[in-house]
Design a protein around this ligand. Structure first.
Ligand SMILES: NC(=O)c1ccc[n+]([C@@H]2O[C@H](COP(=O)([O-])OP(=O)(O)OC[C@H]3O[C@@H](n4cnc5c(N)ncnc54)[C@H](OP(=O)(O)O)[C@@H]3O)[C@@H](O)[C@H]2O)c1
Length: 153
């Protein structure tokens, strides 16, 4: 995650539990160093590329799945990397005033995807996540949204 996203998480909820957190800031030293306790301190990386290099030195069993969790600047950097091949999106159908934006357009229609990306089926999404994801448009407090999985064509 980007440094601003890290800053936006209340101190008592970070690092996010049960996973290695890597925070990216141009002010961090290179290369990233191991953290003494991943439940207390994140790994700090000076770029997304350095974060990936750090992770790729791990075995597949240690590594598990790698998620880029924002914000806008780090999504933008991630979308330029060839390793980025799947997007897990909560598509919100309502209009809001916003100050940070996902770099790919998501407007246009229920099944809209950006050029070079395709929206996968609900069965594909369930298979990839290993759980039954709520199907179709959901409504919460009057806001409509849908869980989608996009993959690179
Ligand atoms: N809806 C979502 O999925 C979602 C997810 C996450 C966050 N958010 C929201 O997004 C907002 C934050 O997004 P944001 O775009 O402002 O910030 P961000 O991407 O979280 O973090 C930006 C910071 O990351 C570092 N950075 C960015 N690009 C870099 C690069 N190429 N190499 C090295 N470091 C780089 C810089 O840190 P330094 O300035 O320290 O160098 C930069 O200031 C928050 O409001 C958060 O709540 C939404």
């Amino acid at each position: 995650m980007g440094r601003k996203t890290w800053d936006s998480i209340p101190a008592k909820f970070r690092p996010l539990k049960g996973r290695l957190n890597i925070v990216i800031s141009r002010s961090f030293p290179a290369p990233p160093q191991d953290t003494a306790d991943p439940d207390v301190e994140p790994v700090r990386a000076a770029s997304l590329e350095q974060a990936l290099d750090y992770l790729q030195a791990r075995t597949p069993e240690e590594l598990g799945r790698v998620f880029v969790i924002g914000g806008g600047q780090i999504y933008d950097a991630a979308l330029k990397l060839p390793q980025t091949r799947r997007l897990l999106i909560t598509r919100i159908m309502s209009e809001f005033e916003c100050d940070t934006f996902f770099p790919l357009g998501t407007g246009g229609g229920d099944d809209c995807a950006a050029p070079g990306w395709v929206v996968k089926s609900k069965a594909d999404l369930d298979a990839w996540t290993g759980e039954e994801v709520p199907a179709g448009i959901q409504v919460e407090n009057g806001t409509e949204y849908e869980f989608q999985m996009w993959e690179k064509e």
